[in-house]
Design a protein around this ligand. Structure first.
Ligand code: SF4
Length: 678
């Protein structure tokens, strides 16, 4: 049987590896790495190797459905689209367009996210559009915008290999971003020092030069402590600070109070380790910081990101190759969804919806009057559904019934909505509650682009046809846009959509399909003759000077008590991905990490009489779940860890929806809990 090989981009993490999807008899049957791909360098992780498996799964949604009583019944596309459009129009007429919330998706392409936010803004008339970046890196966007003027990774993935020192915090890199983790290991083999700060021992921390296990929620303290040591030891970069930054004196005053002794009392990190790590990071010629959701998912997440920016700027580690502050974005296109404007306060290309001149530019481009009011974050939308301010939701590819904190709260909020439409590829926990369901094409069944965590725009190419009547989200968004707005949505291909996005978002101005066929282009790329940008902030910051933020340690929103004596933190494992909708439909990945578990330290387990694999009940102030105990020395005593992939024991039944006041990101990483034998 002839086999085709279609070069495309991995649908899992934000690393953005390219691979060949093997196609036989119209079906995706395998994955082969691409040796010439700069990002993956001819390797893949286990999720990438199995990225074909869910495509053909029999659970795929194949036809539109409309709710009739308790049942979702088969409908035609015309019936389902008309029902969505008529409900959106009715609710907008009765309550105003801001009674509608639109969720875009980090699994959709740039072109689809551009169209979804255009549906919200130009067809419905609201800036209420958001996506799951709110749940993972909203604090990165807010924090790095304030410190540097750009909310993205400052450097690129291949640069990790040439760093002299890499500080990794809040990231289980070898499991969550395996191909970035591999680059860090290569750097280590070439002599780079690796510092890992994490409450759990991760595969990377076990081979790090220095590994420090801090108490969850204490990160400002150790970062300020490192800066204090660096300044005291005169290892700071005076020239860089004087020429390129503001606010250093205020920062120096604040960090003076973070002596190694005080940091130990706040974080549990031994003084000697902190001093060694500070000297190691500051003495390196090229030092990189990599972080992920262990930093961002806190009620002070924006401050934590800014604290890391302080650390990089104090040592002059910004604006050069193999330096910088590097957020590792979680999903295949979470970077691109932000770039495309699927955010309530920003148009495509990070342009403020509250700026009159910018708004006028978009009104002209889209031929519509646009809302002057900043939209609602998705984390606020469920609160507003409970109070009746939000009446309807249009959800593309998100599964808030698994992914959002305090699922009981989400469930109550959804039950109050007058209408909810969900567009997805599988019958997720959220799909089951919808009034209308539309079946979408997955990454293997459409053309488009994803933007990787290092701002590289990568091609997604159609390899097979969608199952049944499923359609690509870009076509669905165009159909809805036409029904709601009449014009402005007549695109014949994703290529035409990217051309419109490039015309209104200057950071994508020089990016088109022809170019990305030939070369790896990273934004900002304002014109066709611009080479794209690998390293940000080389000569100056986008806001002129980098801004130091004097930040004090504050405790997490929820602390332990006699009733809830443990700190629960959540994350991923190597084999599963996010809410498990795709990886749990891959037999090989499911075989390796089949069911839910909680990691508990050996000492805690002994004290509670828990043995390995025992069934345990975990309770927080919001709910209870039952799952298997995994007794391990790799986690701090007093802390427990649950991967958030498993619907049958969803960690987010327990997590706290306390929000960072700037970024509105929830504090997934610290939740007081109790564990007992089930
Ligand atoms: Fe896919 Fe990420 Fe693995 Fe690369 S590292 S193959 S992008 S999951």
């Amino acid at each position: 049987m002839p086999v085709d090989y279609i070069l495309t981009t991995c649908p899992y993490c934000g690393t953005g590896c390219n691979f060949f999807l093997q196609v036989a008899d119209g079906r995706a049957v395998g994955v082969v790495p691409c040796k010439t791909d700069e990002t993956s360098a001819g390797s893949l992780c286990i999720k990438g190797y199995n990225a074909h498996a869910f495509v053909n799964h029999s659970d795929r949604l194949t036809h539109p459905m409309i709710r009739e009583g308790d049942q979702l019944s088969k409908a035609t596309w015309e019936e389902a689209l008309q029902r969505i459009a008529s409900e959106m129009k009715r609710i907008s007429d009765e309550h105003g367009p801001d009674a509608i919330m639109v969720l875009a998706s980090a699994k959709c392409t740039n072109e689809e996210n551009y169209l979804i936010q255009k549906v919200a803004r130009a067809a419905i008339g609201t800036n209420n559009v958001d996506h799951c970046a709110r749940l993972c890196h909203a604090s990165t966007v807010a924090g790095l915008l304030q410190s540097f003027g750009s909310g993205a990774m400052t450097n690129t993935i291949p640069e990790f290999e040439n760093a002299d020192c890499i500080l990794v915090t809040g990231s289980n890199t070898l499991e969550a971003h395996p191909l970035i983790g591999t680059r860090i290991l290569k750097a280590r083999d070439k002599g780079a020092k690796v510092i890992v700060v994490d409450p759990r021992d991760t595969p990377l921390s076990r081979v790090a030069t220095i590994s420090m296990r801090q108490e969850s929620g204490s990160d400002v303290a150790w970062i300020n402590g490192m800066i204090n040591i660096i300044i005291s030891e005169k290892l700071h970069d005076e020239e860089f600070i004087a020429a390129r930054t503001t606010g250093f004196d205020e920062l120096r005053e604040i960090v003076k109070n973070y002596t190694p002794e005080r940091v130990k009392s706040l974080t549990g990190i031994p003084e000697d380790d902190l001093v060694s790590a500070a000297k190691m990071y500051a003495s390196a010629d090229k030092a990189m910081i990599a972080y992920a959701m262990g930093i961002t998912q806190h009620s002070n997440g924006t401050n934590l990101v800014r604290a890391l920016a302080n650390l990089a700027m104090v040592t002059g580690n910004v604006g050069r190759e193999s330096t910088g502050v590097n957020p590792l974005r979680g999903q295949c296109n979470v970077q691109g969804a932000c770039d495309a404007g699927a955010l309530p306060n920003l148009y495509p290309g990070y342009q403020s919806v509250e700026d009159a001149e910018t708004r006028s530019k978009f009104e002209h481009a889209w031929n519509r009057k646009l809302s002057e009011k900043k939209g609602m974050a998705l984390t606020n939308a469920f609160d507003k559904a409970l109070t009746g301010e939000v009446k309807a939701m249009l959800i593309f590819g998100e599964n808030p019934m698994m992914s959002d904190p305090d699922i009981g709260h989400v469930e109550r909020a959804i039950s109050k909505l007058e209408f909810m439409a969900v567009i997805d590829i599988f019958p997720t926990e959220t799909v089951k509650l919808a009034d209308v369901v539309l079946p979408a094409a997955c990454y293997a069944e459409k053309n488009g682009t994803f933007t990787a965590t290092d701002r590289a725009v990568r091609a997604v190419r159609k390899a097979v046809d969608p199952p049944g009547d499923a359609r690509p989200d870009w076509q669905i968004a165009c159909d809805l846009g036409r029904l709601l707005a009449g014009d402005g949505f007549d695109f014949a291909s994703p290529e035409q959509v990217l051309a419109e996005m490039a015309a209104v978002a200057p950071i994508y101005g020089g990016i088109d399909y022809e170019r990305i066929e030939e070369e790896m282009v990273r934004w900002p790329c304002p014109s066709k003759d611009h080479p794209g940008t690998k390293v940000l902030h080389t000569e100056s910051f986008k806001i002129g000077k980098g801004v130091f933020a004097p930040i004090e340690h504050t405790p997490p929103a929820e602390e332990t008590s006699d009733e809830y004596p443990l700190i629960l933190t959540t994350g991923r494992n190597l084999f599963q991905f996010h809410t498990g909708t795709m990886t749990r439909r891959s037999a090989k990945l499911q075989r390796e990490a089949a069911g839910p578990y909680v990691e508990i330290n050996t000492e805690d387990a002994r004290r509670l009489g828990i043995i390995d694999d025992a069934s345990v009940r975990i309770t927080s102030r919001r709910g209870t779940i039952t799952l298997a105990a995994r007794v391990t020395q790799w986690i701090r005593p007093g802390t427990i860890f649950i991967p958030f992939h498993y619907a049958e024991a969803a960690a987010n039944r327990l997590t706290n929806n306390a929000l960072d006041p700037t970024a509105q990101i929830p504090e997934y990483k610290v939740c007081a809990a109790r564990l007992e034998k089930a």
